[in-house]
Design a protein around this ligand. Structure first.
Ligand SMILES: [Zn+2]
Length: 284
């Protein structure tokens, strides 16, 4: 199936009370793992890449790899640019085959964020893509975007409504206390704010910083109204741990294909489990 615009799956998630999992891939193996999990669970899915992965492989190669992996798929698969901060890179992704992009101008002042996001929305909509925006600041480290916990800014419902209306973004990352990377201390989440934004708005909301949250909290975020749920750090951890586990067990084997398969299976199992927790199973 060709890569799809994510709005139908996100609108469905919003309406039916589940989250679409959005997984940050780092190479072809992790793309295959996401597709395998989505097929296994019959779940719609978003494959996303950070700017670092784009720098490593180039936009065309990521698009080609994702199209290859999705070609035989029977579930909707979206290719999304996560945390785009450079408008020229975002425009390149739009031109070269991504089906969705994020403009993260959340470090700018509110009015500037609106102006930059609006520019991206115009380019993306012309090409039939959807756009994720962000207001407030999600704490943690995402590539070269570093936000200290004390600098994180929580989103208010009023800001969310005004920002979406004036920028035209299709779905919105709201900062509610989750953070990128591993949690060193339990995060102070503002789940009631997410619920309030969900009630007062009519567009899908995105939860960033999904790694490391206990299952009951993830389910609460789904229930409160998240429609897209991002998982990045867990991909890296499971990838490395699965490989390392296999190598430790079969130290003298030297069969690279088996090592790669162990990583892929570890990833696909972890991703499939997320899809069940997020309620996306059977929603394709
Ligand atoms: Zn994020």
């Amino acid at each position: 199936m060709p890569l799809v615009n994510p709005m139908p799956m996100l609108e469905k998630a919003r309406a039916e009370g589940f989250c679409v999992g959005a997984f940050n891939v780092v190479d072809y193996l992790s793309i295959e793992a996401v597709v395998e999990a989505a097929e296994r669970k019959r779940a719609p899915v978003i494959i996303q890449t950070s700017s670092a992965t784009i720098k490593r492989f180039g936009i065309e190669n990521i698009v080609t790899m994702t199209r290859m992996a999705a070609a035989e798929s029977t579930v909707p698969i979206c290719l999304h640019l996560d945390h785009g901060t450079d408008v020229s890179v975002i425009k390149e992704a739009i031109e070269k085959g991504y089906s969705s992009v994020m403009i993260d101008a959340s470090k700018l002042a509110f009015e500037e964020n609106i102006a930059v996001s609006k520019e991206v929305v115009e380019a993306a909509h012309k090409a039939g893509l959807a756009v994720e925006g962000e207001i407030g600041l999600v704490a943690g480290v995402e590539d070269d975007i570093v936000v200290n916990a004390e600098d994180a800014i929580y989103t208010t419902p009023e800001e969310a409504i005004e920002f979406q209306a004036r920028s035209g973004v299709d779905f919105l990352a709201a900062a509610i206390g989750t953070a990128h990377g591993f949690y060193k201390v339990a995060p102070k989440l503002n789940i009631d704010t997410l619920r309030e934004i969900r009630v007062k708005t009519d567009f899908p909301l995105v939860v960033h910083g999904g790694t490391g949250l206990p299952t009951n909290i993830v389910m609460e975020l789904v229930e409160a109204g998240g429609a897209k749920f991002n998982v990045s750090t867990q991909i890296k951890q499971t990838y490395i741990d699965s490989m390392y586990g296999y190598i430790q067990e079969k130290r003298d084997e030297y069969n690279i294909l088996k090592v790669l398969d162990a990583a892929k299976q570890g990833l696909a199992d972890m991703i499939a489990e997320y899809m069940t927790i997020l309620g996306g199973e059977g929603k394709a």
